[in-house]
Design a protein around this ligand. Structure first.
Ligand code: ADP
Ligand code: ZN
Length: 774
């Protein structure tokens, strides 16, 4: 039934060297002696190359990867030159109007990568180029300015009466004042507007009243530290680290070093191995890209890199949205040795890349959720093949795709099985919450076990981390009498009550509505605030442990810039004893005084309709558990669950990754899910439900026809309503394509490309190797 393991191509890791050769030939073949016609792509969701003739006076100025101004339909637009030809298409050929750039924005490697993106992830080549070249690189402004807001002294004299008056008159302005009096430092106007919902005129009014000052300043998005201060020495490796490093070193000597999985348990010293490998690569005169799941959550790692090396550029695309032009140029002009950044940094214009490190390679933040829907890990492997670089995938909990690639021999695996200083992994105890309900005759968010251990740790001046993957206060508001559930009007999703904001929020479209006093449906019932999120846990902890300080870290409480660093510093200093948070606190944190981790509910992800639910549950428990037992005082983990016997939880409790992976791979194989079968998902969105449904059936029929004539290489699952049937007033139907090989999926998508063109009534969204299944 299945092809043998050695015949399997790398799976989710879709970078396949055998695909590269034809593309390379195609690109090279496109370089005739005479540049008569240019091949141009434009930013549209259509994988098509257009031909334009090149007027003689610009022929010498135009090279691959430059932008050109072209007539397009009845408009003038910008396109990217991706090739040259002497034999144009038979259609009427128009002239290029002019060449925009003096130097190419995309080099040869980037053109090849974007070409691959367009085929693999089903998008336009122009769309892919557009997505990987940040807007600032396209502008010729040197220093982009933005408005910044600074608090003024009048704020300190702000009294409650003025504030409450403002609350009724201009609630959003009041929000600004509340926020900024607490934050009390400079913030970009854009960020402040995002946080408060108050627009620019509102901010100007507050400025007039003397509460704020608003100024135009250069925005610093990329922070390159060329600081030549004293650098820290490398640590002396442990035996295990040394062995790992020796293997890596030998591989680095090879012409094609390939991919290494560094499978090291939490706190086994992976970062030290990365750092010394980077040093080695720099010694060889080459450069490194270091990808992290999210910049703002990895400040500890970034500090460690900056302490060892000069010429480090950190690319933030986070709040201000774009890369800084001059810094982008610094990277392009070879002034930088190491680029650190989130997924889009894989496209950094660094030359001579010898090493790409992907820290926490299993994280789903490496997958981009809009077009091109690429996975940076997979792009990294492709880029490394083109540049003969090494890729190191580091994690304590490898994705099943990566793990499978080590079994099939595509990647080399190096294991770090011991914690630094021979610390033990913390014991993990599972608390059966249904038992707890029975024993205590009712629901309690904090079990007796967890409460007991919290008291013990806190009374010994140790610290506690509590984890819950759900923000807000209560995820459901329903009527006790008629069962009505408050749902978003635009999305088929219950609204979450946020107590601090005193509002019910839709976590999909951000719609807000005032909380309900009584049921709007039966007009009689009282409203029940059901379930719990981090805000409710915070209240509960404050009530139960009033003598200790708690800090909540979730996307609601951590909106301001530097909020993470500030929060973590106060936890590190011990000002705060209990840190409560969402996945934001699950990874990377290294605090030796944390002796207890409590997972409030292991079930939040387990219950999602997603074939990766077990994998993600296992990963989260292992990662959160890794935050404790890092110091001499040891540690302990309590996991609360209504599914205490689920294998993802029991294997995580036993610290048995291999056991879990073996079992999960069996299931995946039975069900033909990745890493075995390859998937593509098509979502059909429409304002009219029947249109979305109708289209999904028409497309499914066509696909079934295609696969019949093609030896049934493709399975079509669905169509069915998507698990979330409506988002932002758009109804959603979806179907899945599954096949043993991506090629069959690509072929089928190409054959139905006419049907997938956006129309007024229905949009089709294609997601190859999907992560989001909702
Ligand atoms: P991981 O990335 O595997 O979770 P870290 O690299 O964060 O592990 O290492 C855990 C801790 O051990 C860190 O505080 C780090 O500074 C320390 N450490 C790592 N390697 C060594 C070493 N060889 N000697 C001493 N301390 C080390
Ligand atoms: Zn909504």
């Amino acid at each position: 039934m299945y092809t043998s393991l050695t015949n399997q191509l790398p799976t989710s890791t879709t970078a396949r060297p055998n695909e590269i050769v034809p593309e390379q030939q195609a690109l090279q073949a496109n370089q005739p002696l005479q540049k008569l016609y240019a091949e141009v792509v434009v930013n549209i969701p259509l994988n098509k190359i257009f031909h334009y003739s090149i007027p003689t006076h610009i022929r010498d100025n135009l090279t691959l990867g430059m932008r050109v101004k072209i007539p397009f339909g009845n408009k003038i637009t910008t396109g990217f030159c991706v090739g040259f030809t002497d034999t144009p298409s038979p259609y009427q050929i128009k002239d290029i109007i002019n060449v925009i750039d003096k130097t190419p924005l995309a080099d040869y490697v980037m053109l090849k990568i974007t070409k691959w993106l367009s085929t693999h992830y089903y998008c336009g080549w122009g769309e892919a180029i557009n997505a990987v070249i940040p807007p600032v690189a396209r502008r010729s402004v040197k220093e982009k300015e933005a408005l910044f807001v600074t608090p003024c002294d009048a704020l300190t004299k702000l009294d409650q009466q003025t504030l409450s008056q403002l609350k009724t008159r201009a609630p959003k302005q009041a929000k600004v004042l509340e926020f900024i009096s607490e934050y009390f430092q400079e913030i970009s106007a854009k960020e402040l507007i995002q946080i408060s919902g108050c627009k620019m005129p509102g901010l100007r009014q507050l400025e007039k009243k003397g509460f704020l000052a608003i100024q135009n300043k250069p925005q610093h998005i990329v922070d390159t530290t060329c600081d030549s201060g004293p650098l820290q020495q490398h640590l002396t490796f442990t035996e295990e680290q040394q062995n790992a490093f020796d293997i890596i070193n030998r591989k680095l000597e090879q012409p094609k070093p390939g991919v290494i999985l560094l499978h090291g348990i939490t706190s086994s010293g992976k970062t030290e191995v990365y750092l010394q490998t980077i040093a080695k690569v720099l010694e060889h005169g080459r450069k490194a890209i270091f990808l992290v799941p999210e910049i703002s959550l990895t400040s500890q790692t970034i500090q460690r890199i900056k302490a060892r090396f000069n010429n480090v550029a950190i690319l933030h695309s986070h709040l201000l949205g774009t890369f800084h032009y001059s810094q982008w140029n610094d990277i392009k002009e070879d002034k930088v040795d190491i680029v650190i950044g989130a997924r889009s940094s894989i496209f950094a214009p660094l030359k001579n890349v010898g090493l790409i490190i992907i820290d926490e390679e299993h994280e789903n933040t490496y997958k981009q959720e809009n077009s091109p829907r690429y996975n940076a890990r997979d792009v990294a492997i492709l880029r490394a093949t083109y540049e003969n670089a090494m890729v190191i995938l580091g994690t304590a909990t490898p994705s099943l795709e990566t793990y499978y690639n080590t079994i099939s021999g595509h990647y080399e695996k190096i294991v770090l099985s011991k914690r630094i200083g021979n610390q033990q992994l913390p014991p993990i105890e599972i608390v059966d919450m249904s038992e707890e309900v029975r024993k205590r005759r009712g629901h309690h968010i904090i079990s007796q076990r967890l409460s007991y251990y919290m008291n013990q740790a806190l009374s010994r001046n140790e610290q506690v981390i509590l984890f819950l993957n759900r923000r807000g206060f209560a995820p459901y508001l329903n009527c006790k009498r008629c069962g009505f559930v408050l749902k978003c009007r635009k999305c088929d999703i219950p609204m979450t009550f946020h107590k601090k904001l005193n509002t019910a929020l839709c976590h999909y479209c951000h719609a807000e509505t005032p909380p309900l006093e009584s049921c709007p449906d039966c007009m009689a019932g009282n409203i029940n605030y059901r379930g719990f999120g981090t805000e409710k846990i915070e209240d509960e902890i404050i009530a139960k442990f009033p003598q200790y300080k708690i800090l909540r870290m979730d996307s609601d409480s951590m909106r301001a810039r530097n909020a993470h660093e500030k929060a973590l510093t106060s936890f590190e200093r011990g000002d705060v004893q209990i840190l409560l948070g969402t996945q934001m606190i699950a990874k990377g944190l290294d605090f030796p005084n944390v002796t207890l981790v409590g997972v409030i509910s292991a079930d939040t992800i387990l219950n999602l309709p997603d074939f990766r639910a077990s994998e993600r549950t296992f990963q989260l428990i292992s990662q959160v558990a890794g935050r404790t037992g890092r110091g001499p005082k040891g540690g302990r983990v309590i996991v609360q669950s209504f599914n205490p016997r689920h294998y993802s939880i029991t294997y995580a409790a036993a610290h048995d990754y291999d056991g879990f992976a073996k079992k999960e791979l069996e299931y995946r194989k039975q069900l033909n899910y990745p890493p075995f079968g390859k998937l593509a998902r098509i979502v059909f969105r429409s304002q009219k439900e029947d249109k979305a449904k109708e289209k999904s059936f028409v497309v499914a029929e066509k696909l079934k026809e295609i696969t019949k004539t093609n030896g049934n290489q493709l399975e079509i699952l669905g169509p069915s309503p998507a698990p979330v049937t409506k988002i932002n007033d758009m109804f959603r139907w979806h179907l899945l394509l599954r096949s043993q090989s991506h090629n069959h999926i690509h072929d089928a998508l190409q054959k139905i490309s006419d049907m997938l063109k956006p129309s007024k009534s229905v949009q089709a969204i294609v997601d190859v190797d999907p992560y989001m299944m909702l």
